[in-house]
Design a binder for this molecule. Structure first.
Ligand code: PAF
Length: 263
């Protein structure tokens, strides 16, 4: 595995693969790799000729109440794990490389996608997703991957990135990998059992969390394709998204209720 820091080095390393038409797969990360990242890297390894992992703790997606300095950083550990997963090129840019002096541009997906759930001003706020889409657009332009991998655990982020990619014609296929877990919870069971009111599903999910001693920040059901509010399961996929503080960590999760596969 080769480690590069500048865009110039990155481009030089990727040039031969690009000219010979090899498939370049990108897994964007902020480091602190966990099992979810390893699954993305494994999928990228399986489906690409060249696997690039970016590691950049993006200041632009941290809100005023979020501690950028406290974000866990362990470059050596991340590099070791990336190498074990078969990453070919690890790109670790400095903040100046991504946001040079005078940087004045941002990429923003409409508020109906980015101002709800995590983007609601009472949670992380819409500037969070502006930071995400701006940096991901830059990562796409620098790496120019054929395929980029994201996790469904962060379903809103994946949706926002898919929409940006489509709307701005980035020639990148976005692959969103499902969260691997043994139990998808009572909300999904209730939907399988014929419950169609999203209020009832939300209440079931809220109670399930409370029974485990977790007070959720929010539990919301929204249309999975555009995050618009939904009152009833109406044959289209619905996302039940939750955020909660557990100890000092703030966790997010979601269940995708897909009537087509529930049938
Ligand atoms: O999911 C993350 O780790 C980040 O939001 C991403 C996509 C790497 C952008 O900084």
């Amino acid at each position: 595995m080769k480690v590069v820091r500048t865009k110039a080095e990155l481009r030089a390393e990727l040039a031969p693969a690009r000219t010979t038409g090899q498939v370049i797969g990108l897994v964007p990360t902020m480091g602190a790799l966990h099992g979810g990242h390893l699954a993305l890297l494994a999928a990228a390894r399986e489906r690409s000729d060249v696997v690039v992992m970016s590691l950049f703790v993006n200041p632009a997606q941290f809100g005023p109440g979020e501690d950028l300095d406290a974000y866990p950083r362990d470059e050596d550990r991340d590099a070791e794990l990336a190498a074990l997963e078969g990453v070919d090129l690890l790109w670790i840019p400095d903040a100046d490389e991504i946001y040079p002096d005078g940087f004045a541009t941002s990429v923003e997906v409409a508020n109906s996608f980015t101002g709800v759930l995590e983007g609601d001003p009472s949670h992380r706020g819409p500037s969070h997703f502006r930071g995400v889409t701006t940096v991901v657009a830059k990562l796409f332009n620098s790496v120019q991957p054929d395929v980029a991998y994201f996790g469904r655990k962060d379903a809103q982020q994946a949706l926002v990135i898919e929409r940006m990619t489509r709307d701005l014609d980035f020639p990148v296929e976005i692959v969103v990998l499902p969260t691997v877990r043994e139990d998808d919870g009572l909300a999904e069971e209730a939907a399988r059992g014929g419950e169609t009111s999203t209020d009832a599903l939300v209440e079931t999910a809220r109670n399930e969390l409370r029974n485990s001693g977790i007070e959720p920040e929010y539990v919301e059901a929204r249309a999975a394709e555009d995050l618009s509010p939904v009152a009833e399961l109406n044959g289209r996929p619905v996302l039940v998204a939750v955020a909660a503080r557990v100890g000092r960590a703030r966790l997010i999760d979601n269940v995708l209720i897909n009537p087509k596969t529930e049938a």
